[in-house]
Design a protein around this ligand. Structure first.
Ligand SMILES: Cc1cc2nc3c(=O)[nH]c(=O)nc-3n(C[C@H](O)[C@H](O)[C@H](O)COP(=O)(O)OP(=O)(O)OC[C@H]3O[C@@H](n4cnc5c(N)ncnc54)[C@H](O)[C@@H]3O)c2cc1C
Length: 402
């Protein structure tokens, strides 16, 4: 792979920077660090991007995307993260969008894609259940088809858990069991459900970073039009494999890794430790050098995996699992190093940047705000998107098939 600067890519970077300078209002720039922006910001940002033709940076042109190369997508992510823009709805960009593009009927696309791309419809993912996480095929939420003169519909009963941002979502894409008489994978279907449908209850789960990202979502006799089924009944498992195989490169959260490293470098060069700066301490300088080298390695692996994914090369699965393990462990180590760099101030669990802060002003708050929260949140990175243990199992199994 050639890592020399490409003049075409540098021109593209300048195009993105120009857009950020000239088209983005000041209140959508320089926003506090977070892995997911508040609902209103996501919606405004999505609308703005869509109006500029950049509503789907990760999709091919034939599906209304930008058709950008992997390198261009990474530059776009980099520049937006550095400028502190809101995040996009990751569920749409990396999961649901590719599924709709590949499996939805023209009517389903017409119903969901325009509103979603214009930022009017946010989504959440309803896969995991109590008792069905790593072993997803054991899910039990039941959907029974009822034929009726006023339109065929499914009646859904069951519970999902860890439903990130269900409290902000307009719709959920979920897996349901439509057949209990066949092999468990064969009885699963993929359904789209309007979160305003009667019978849905969302209950918050407060997480270790002291914020509300997660929920339990209950379904009690929820009536879902049969036209909301994606693909055939029983095709949910193969659609899910398609969805999960599509997201390897993005599980690295490379823009966040880079942002964490920029912040850590700033801490190392400005914070005092004894007589000198933190970076003058050999032990911390060595730690910083190691983390920097790993960040570079992850950056190269992301490009490699993304290129393989674009070609639908099966090698992307084993390398993607390696990337997930190494990148999420790196996220944890960098955020831990930030807390360590901040000393006593890093040990406090500060309020989440988007929630009312009960904490009075404190020293270093510009640098420290949100750092402990991110360190706590990233403890979950080796769990969500498939645990590290499960990824290691996949690596062990797949490497013999290459
Ligand atoms: C912050 C966060 C956000 C999430 N967001 C969503 C979401 O939006 N939507 C959604 O549907 N889900 C979401 N999840 C759920 C996530 O996908 C599951 O937590 C994950 O798949 C693990 O499942 P589990 O929690 O049931 O743990 P389990 O599967 O019960 O695993 C428990 C332990 O056993 C180990 N283990 C299990 N199977 C194996 C095996 N075969 N080999 C070796 N070890 C094994 C695991 O590694 C783990 O250590 C989220 C989770 C978190 C933490």
């Amino acid at each position: 792979m050639d890592f020399r600067a490409d003049p075409g890519l540098e021109a593209f970077r300048e195009t993105v920077r120009q857009f950020l300078r000239e088209k983005v209002p000041a209140d959508l720039l320089g926003l506090p660090r977070c892995t997911r922006s508040p609902r209103e910001q996501i919606m405004r940002w999505q609308k703005l991007l869509n109006a500029h033709g950049w509503g789907a940076p990760y999709w091919p042109r034939e599906h209304g995307g930008t058709g950008w190369s992997v390198a261009q997508m990474l530059i776009f992510d980099d520049e937006c993260t550095a400028a502190g823009t809101p995040t996009q709805d990751g569920f749409v960009q990396k999961m649901l969008g590719p599924v709709l593009n590949a499996f939805a009927t023209p009517e389903q696309k017409a119903e969901h894609l325009p509103a979603t791309l214009d930022g009017e419809r946010l989504w959440c993912q309803g896969f995991s259940e109590p008792g069905a996480g790593s072993d997803l095929a054991s899910l039990r939420t039941r959907a029974v088809l009822v034929k009726s003169s006023d339109g065929d519909h499914y009646v859904v009963n069951g519970q999902k858990i860890w439903t990130s941002y269900a409290h902000h979502a307009d719709w959920i894409f979920m897996l349901v069991r439509t057949d209990t008489s066949v092999k468990k994978q064969a009885g699963i279907s993929f359904l789209l459900v309007d979160m305003k449908t009667p019978g849905i209850t969302v209950r918050p789960i407060r997480s270790i970073d002291d914020a509300h990202h997660l929920n339990e979502t209950f379904f009690e006799n929820v009536r879902v039009p049969a036209k909301n089924l994606i693909g055939a009944e029983g095709a949910g498992w193969s659609i899910t494999k398609f969805l999960l195989n599509n997201e390897h490169a993005t599980t690295a959260d490379l823009p966040d890794i880079k942002r964490y490293m920029r912040e850590l470098n700033r801490m190392a060069t400005t914070l005092r430790a004894g007589e000198g700066r933190l970076i003058d301490q050999p032990a911390f300088a060595l730690k910083l050098a190691r983390l920097t080298a790993e960040q570079e390695a992850i950056g190269m692996l992301v490009q490699r995996v993304a290129n393989l994914e674009m070609r639908h090369d099966p090698a992307s699965h084993v390398l993607g699992s390696m990337l997930k393990v190494r990148a999420t462990e790196l996220q944890q180590r960098i955020t831990e190093a930030q807390v360590e760099a901040l000393g006593d101030y890093g040990a406090l669990a500060y309020a989440h940047p988007h929630e009312a802060s009960p904490v009075p002003p404190y020293p270093l708050q510009d640098m420290a705000r949100g750092v402990a929260n991110d360190m706590f949140l990233r403890r979950a990175a080796t769990i969500y998107g498939g645990t590290s243990e499960v990824q290691r199992g996949i690596i062990a199994k797949l490497q013999f098939q290459l």
